[in-house]
Write a protein that binds this ligand. Structure first.
Ligand code: ZN
Length: 195
């Protein structure tokens, strides 16, 4: 397996809408091996998710996994999930239209975090890495992670969606000034949504 280079903000590939991938191409050895590399790179960089265009491959594929992540100590674990050609089919319908303020970071936006409003619940329809259709309902912080990754595939970064640009801070400042407060908010979300 190969660790891939992660594009940093300013790289045009992060701003392009990634392309739909045909199922035959998905099942090719080249793309299957790319997906292994994407997962390995996400784990090595301790991301909660990684989109293909973040590693210079402009295809609609992303990986998500949370396993006791030290970058996000308040995030509940979520098993490894690969989404291919994902679509948000329901946004925030349960409970209706509700949203929460998520403090996000990104492997493509070095050392910055900021608050973004996310739907409390989303349903995602996609293919898994083998080309089988899947439907996933996610809520709470996990729903935030999914929305962040799907945004990448449309060329959108979390900094485009800040609730207030003044919430932007370094990781050090986050830990010093915001972690305790946000960890409380995160615990309340987990208590309510189980995620
Ligand atoms: Zn990101």
């Amino acid at each position: 397996m190969t660790l891939l280079k992660i594009a940093q903000i300013g790289e045009p590939v992060l701003r392009q809408r990634a392309e739909h991938i045909p199922i035959e191409e998905l099942q090719s050895a080249r793309i299957q091996s790319f997906i292994d590399d994407l997962i390995e790179t996400m784990r090595d960089a301790r991301g909660a998710g990684l989109a293909a265009n973040q590693v210079f491959m402009p295809l609609r594929i992303c990986a998500i996994e949370v396993r006791d992540n030290p970058r996000y100590p308040y995030k509940p674990n979520y098993p490894l999930t690969v989404l291919v050609n994902p679509e948000l089919v329901i946004v925030g319908s349960k409970p209706a239209g509700e949203s929460f303020s998520n403090f996000e970071g990104c492997l493509s936006v070095p050392n910055l975090r900021g608050r973004v409003r996310r739907a409390c619940a989303v349903r995602v329809r996609a293919l898994n890495r083998h080309g089988e259709p899947i439907t996933i309902d996610v809520r709470g912080l996990t729903a935030g992670t999914f929305q962040h990754e799907l945004d990448h595939l449309d060329g959108v970064l979390f900094v485009d969606k800040l609730e207030d640009p003044r919430s932007l801070c370094t990781w050090e400042a986050f830990e010093r000034y915001h972690l305790a407060e946000f960890a409380d908010e995160a615990r309340a979300l987990v208590a309510r949504f189980g995620a």
